[in-house]
Structure formats: structure tokens, C-alpha cells
Design a binder for this molecule. Structure first.
Ligand SMILES: Cc1cc2nc3c(=O)[nH]c(=O)nc-3n(C[C@H](O)[C@H](O)[C@H](O)COP(=O)(O)OP(=O)(O)OC[C@H]3O[C@@H](n4cnc5c(N)ncnc54)[C@H](O)[C@@H]3O)c2cc1C
Length: 401
């Protein structure tokens, strides 16, 4: 027997609407994309989800998870050749969404490895550098990090002080990089430094004399992710350590565009998880003799979450299709990152309220997602910087300084 509510929901299509996918975005995916999504979802839910609250509480992420993600095939999955899976951009986005539905820290590991470190080598490296690093990194046997930000230069990386000077045919690097994801367990750091010919990228293997990494502790966000400070103190590298095709600050910025695309999708994973937790809780938690989902004020919250979640997911898919057609512009990525991270954070905050006191614990994923998204809002370009990118696109007037 169907209730009146169910009858309403079934009115047009004859099937009940999916509360997680009101617009049926699922129908816009290909069979291959769904298959890849399902494989990642199964791994994420079976292997990662049961452990993640403990990792978060302890402020750790076990190194072996990277190898398992490599075996799964998600590291550099959107790159071609050199042991990479060569999927389309939408599939990569779907994988990011499933990983971030567990925790932004896990998606960060995959983003930094695939879209920042591997992409930099794949796009700007020599054939020898690609052959040496990419297959190992795709398998998760080697981990990479990406050192752009410095203690005094975050939003304005072009001001960087880290320098690389020639000494014979060698390079000697000096400087400090800050907030570097995967920094302490990376086998290779992609480090950006100022040279006489402008900004250049260098591959710094772990253990190189003069190169050290120190973990950033006491974080209240992205706790299931390693963040580090990198110190380069007279770090001597052979000439071949430089990425030959990366000249100027545009090179690292193009890597950031890759990673931001994954964030556009990933943020909707965190938002989905928070919305789902709030919906489930609201349907079972009874106050004043009724499930709290029966109150109009709660329904409004759930509806607002669902609307933003569906809009953000459609936006991610639209940008993914454009990327697969080679038509995605940097301002459009800024649009996606700005909107989806902001929306995801709002969804998490609303979900936290729906869960009442329970919402502040690690028994539910909501507040963990919420604190993680504070980092996601800041890294890969803050919301202010993406606003300025769009402001420039709209008015033609740069307002960065
Ligand atoms: C957990 C975590 C992981 C990270 N991982 C990496 C990594 O792997 N590699 C890497 O290189 N970096 C990484 N970062 C660094 C990140 O990219 C920077 O934190 C970010 O670019 C912002 O820089 P900042 O923190 O120095 O803030 P600042 O640039 O000092 O900005 C502070 C505030 O001022 C605002 N602001 C700055 N300029 C303007 C302006 N022109 N107009 C208006 N407002 C402005 C900003 O939006 C922000 O609100 C990570 C950061 C975090 C938190």
C-alpha cells in the first residue's frame, strides 16, 4: 500500500524519486562511468569508511592506503600512458566524489598525487623523468607532493622566495615550502623555485642532502591527511632534476587547475555524505512524538541541502563534459570550485544542526566533513581568489592588487 506522499512522488514517472538524486543525474552518466564509480564507491565504503573516523581522531593516514589506491587504479587515472588508466575527466571526477564522501583527506591524497605531482611530471617532464616516476606513482609505490606555497606567499605564489641557482651544471635550492600535502611521506617533491629564467619546477627525491620535511601538527581540519613544511637548505640537484617544459608561474598554476577540477566533484561527495546523514537522522529521531523530519522547518533544511547538492553535482558534470571536450576554461573551474565548496560547507553546517548534539561527534561524518571543508575552501585558491578570477572575467578589470 502506498501513502499519499509516495503517490505524489510517483505521480509523473511511476517510480519513486531518489532522495539522493532528485534530478536523476545518474541517467546522464555512461555505463563505463557508472562502472568506475561503483568500483571506487565499493572500495571507499568497505575499506576506508570504517577506519576514517579513527584516522581522523589520531591525526594519521597510513602510508599503505596510497598503495591500495594505486592498486585500485585511481592515482593519475585521467592521464594517458606510463601505467596510468587514461579515463575521461568525468570518471576521475566521480572517483573524487566517492573518496571525498568518505573524507576530504583521502581525496586530497589522490588529488595531490595525480593532479599535482603526477600531472606536473606528465605535462612538463622529460621522457626519462616520466618513465622513472609515473609508473611507480600510478601504482602507489612512490608518493609525490607539490611544493608551491611558502610561509609568506600563499594566494600570491608568484612572489615566492625559494630560489634555484646554477652551480656548474648543478642546481642549488634554498627556501621553505609550507602546508604541503603528503610532504613527510613523499618519495619525490615537485618544488617550484625562482631562477634567473623565471619560475621553474624541480624533482627533489626524498633523502636528497639539504632537503627535509617536518609534519604540521595540531590541525583541526584534514586530520586524515599529512601536511608538511619542506626545507631546502643548499639542496644540490643534478641538471636533469629540472622539469624541462615548465617555464614561468603558468606551469604550476595549470597543475592547480587540474586539482581544482577534482575538488569541484569531491566537495559534492562530502556534501552528499552530510546530507544523507541528516536525512537518515531526521527520519528516525523523534521529538514531540514525531520524527523531526515531519517538521516543516526540518524539511526546509533538507530541501535546501538537496537542491544545492543536485545543482552542484550537475555543475560538476557540466564542467567534466567540457573538460572531456577540451573546452573547459580556468574561469569555469573557478566558478565550480567557488560554488561547490561554498555549497558543501553550507550543507555540512546545516546538517550539523539537524543532528543536534550528536552532530558534534565523530560518530557521524558531518562535523568531520565540515572542518575538512574549511581547508578545501582555502587551498587550491581561496574563495576570495576565485571570486576575483570571476570578477576579472566579468568586468575585464583585475582586482587582485
Ligand atoms: C590542509 C592544507 C593543505 C595544503 N596543501 C598544499 C599543497 O599540497 N601544496 C601547496 O603548495 N600548498 C598547499 N596548501 C596551501 C594553500 O594553497 C594556501 O593555504 C592557500 O593558497 C592560501 O594561502 P595562505 O594560507 O597563505 O593565505 P593568504 O594568501 O595569506 O590569505 C589569507 C586571506 O587573505 C585573503 N586574500 C589574499 N589575497 C587577497 C586579495 N588579493 N583580495 C582579497 N582577499 C585576499 C585570502 O583569500 C584569505 O582569506 C595547503 C593548505 C592547507 C590548509
Amino acid at each position: 500500500m502506498t501513502t499519499r506522499t509516495q503517490e505524489t512522488a510517483q505521480h509523473h514517472t511511476g517510480t519513486a524519486v531518489d532522495p539522493m538524486d532528485l534530478l536523476d543525474v545518474e541517467s546522464l552518466l555512461t555505463a563505463d562511468e557508472r562502472m568506475i564509480r561503483d568500483v571506487v564507491r565499493e572500495f571507499a565504503q568497505d575499506r576506508l569508511e570504517p577506519e576514517v573516523a579513527r584516522w581522523y581522531e589520531q591525526g594519521t593516514l597510513p602510508r599503505e592506503i596510497a598503495t591500495e589506491l594505486g592498486t585500485l587504479g585511481v592515482l593519475g587515472m585521467h592521464l594517458d600512458g606510463y601505467g596510468c588508466a587514461g579515463t575521461n575527466a568525468v570518471s576521475y571526477g566521480l572517483a573524487c566524489r566517492e573518496l571525498e564522501a568518505v573524507d576530504s583527506g583521502l581525496r586530497s591524497l589522490v588529488s595531490v598525487q595525480g593532479s599535482l605531482a603526477m600531472f606536473a611530471i606528465w605535462r612538463f617532464g622529460s621522457e626519462e623523468q616520466k618513465r622513472h616516476w609515473l609508473p611507480e606513482m600510478a601504482a602507489g609505490r612512490a608518493i609525490g607532493c607539490f611544493g608551491l606555497t611558502e610561509p609568506d606567499f600563499g594566494s600570491n605564489p608568484a612572489g615566492m622566495r625559494t630560489s634555484a641557482r646554477r652551480d656548474g651544471t648543478d642546481w642549488v635550492l634554498n627556501g621553505t615550502k609550507m602546508w604541503i600535502t603528503n610532504g613527510t611521506f613523499a618519495d619525490v617533491a615537485v618544488v617550484w623555485a625562482r631562477t634567473e629564467q623565471g619560475v621553474r619546477g624541480f624533482l627533489v627525491p626524498r633523502g636528497t642532502p639539504g632537503f627535509t620535511a617536518r609534519e604540521v601538527t595540531r590541525k583541526l581540519s584534514l586530520r586524515a591527511s599529512v601536511t608538511a613544511e619542506l626545507a631546502l637548505d643548499g639542496c644540490r640537484l643534478r641538471a636533469e632534476a629540472m622539469l624541462p617544459e615548465a617555464a614561468g608561474i603558468r606551469a604550476p598554476l595549470s597543475c592547480l587547475d587540474e586539482a581544482r577540477f577534482g575538488i569541484v566533484w569531491g566537495a559534492m561527495g562530502a556534501a552528499r555524505s552530510a546530507y544523507q546523514a541528516a536525512r537518515d537522522y531526521a527520519c528516525t529521531r523523534v521529538q514531540f512524538d514525531r520524527p523531526i523530519a515531519a517538521f516543516q522547518l526540518t524539511q526546509e533544511k533538507l530541501v535546501n541541502m538537496a537542491v544545492e547538492l543536485n545543482k552542484g553535482t550537475l555543475l560538476a558534470l557540466h564542467l567534466g563534459r567540457r573538460k572531456d571536450h577540451g573546452a573547459l576554461r580556468p574561469e569555469q573551474i573557478s566558478f565550480g570550485k567557488l560554488n561547490n565548496v561554498r555549497a558543501a560547507l553550507e550543507i555540512c553546517r546545516t546538517a550539523r544542526g539537524v543532528l543536534g548534539a550528536s552532530g558534534i561527534t565523530l560518530d557521524y561524518p558531518v562535523m568531520r566533513h565540515m572542518t575538512n571543508l574549511e581547508s578545501v575552501l582555502t587551498y587550491e585558491g581561496t574563495s576570495e581568489i576565485h571570486t576575483l578570477v570571476l570578477g576579472h572575467a566579468i568586468t575585464g578589470i583585475p582586482a587582485f592588487r
